[in-house]
Structure formats: structure tokens, C-alpha cells
Design a protein around this ligand. Structure first.
Ligand code: ZN
Length: 152
């Protein structure tokens, strides 16, 4: 089996058996976006405490690339600090621009999306879930930075 076929299998597996695709009761962060070019819709729910991403789930529908990428994303960022998670979002974007050659250990299943780089219209599908995650995490940071200091 070629590496390309293997990657296809990984993407199909995440598409058919999405990880963490469910509602997340008690989620502190939630964000939705769609990709009008392809009809993909992704909602990301996150449970963040003490600057750490405790749990991430997603809901939505769309093409195999968008759904597989969302499934992989939830697995990749769970357990990371918010800072680390945002760094991975940035790394993933660079990866999708074809400008990053990560190691298998760093990226795990995400490596399977490497082939997407050759299909510019598909890159939006792959990055969608990550955009939504970043928006959710940024919102949290914005709230924290803009909040008035505690009195007393
Ligand atoms: Zn799509």
C-alpha cells in the first residue's frame, strides 16, 4: 500500500468514524462557521480550564476532508494548553500552505491531510475546523484581556 493510499484510508476512517463528534454539555467555548464553497459546516465546543484544553468536540456536516480534519483536530488539541493548541493551529495552517514538513510524531493522523495541499479548493475544507477552534479560543482570550480587574 502506498503512503498516499494509507493517508486516504486514515481520512476515510476519521470521516466514517468521527472522534468526539457530539455535543459537549458544559462547554465554555463554542463557535460555528461554514465554508460556502463546499457547504461544510462545523461547530466546535471546548471545555477550557486553567489555560488547558480539557475536552474538544465538534458537530457538523460536509465533505470528507472537512469532517476528517475536524475529527483529527479534536484528538490533536485535547490535553494541550491553550497556547500549545493555538500554536498547533498556526502550524497546521503553515502545513496546509505546503511550508511545513512536520514529523509523524508531532502530527500523527494529521499527516494524512498532506495530500490536500495539492488541491487549493480543498484547503479551506481542511482548515475550517481549525479556524473555528481558533475563533473560540481567541474569544476566551479577548474576554480575559478585556475583563475588568476583580474588585476586592
Ligand atoms: Zn469541503
Amino acid at each position: 500500500m502506498s503512503l498516499e493510499d494509507l493517508y486516504k484510508e486514515v481520512i476515510l476512517d476519521h470521516y466514517k468514524n468521527p472522534r468526539n463528534k457530539r455535543d459537549l454539555p458544559g462547554a465554555v467555548l463554542s463557535c460555528s462557521r461554514n465554508n460556502p464553497l463546499c457547504g461544510d459546516e462545523i461547530t466546535v465546543n471546548a471545555l477550557v480550564e486553567d489555560g488547558k484544553v480539557l475536552e474538544v468536540t465538534f458537530e457538523g456536516q460536509g465533505c470528507s476532508i472537512s469532517q476528517a480534519s475536524a475529527s483529527m483536530m479534536t484528538e490533536a488539541v485535547t490535553g494541550r494548553t491553550v497556547e500549545d493548541a493555538l500554536k498547533l493551529v498556526a502550524d497546521f495552517r503553515t502545513f496546509m500552505e505546503g511550508k511545513l514538513d512536520p514529523s509523524e510524531e508531532e502530527f500523527g493522523d494529521l499527516m494524512a491531510l498532506k495530500g490536500v495541499v495539492r488541491y487549493p479548493v480543498r484547503i479551506k475544507c481542511a482548515v475550517l475546523a481549525w479556524d473555528v477552534l481558533q475563533e473560540a479560543l481567541d474569544e476566551r482570550d479577548g474576554t480575559a484581556a478585556g475583563a475588568a480587574p476583580h474588585s476586592g
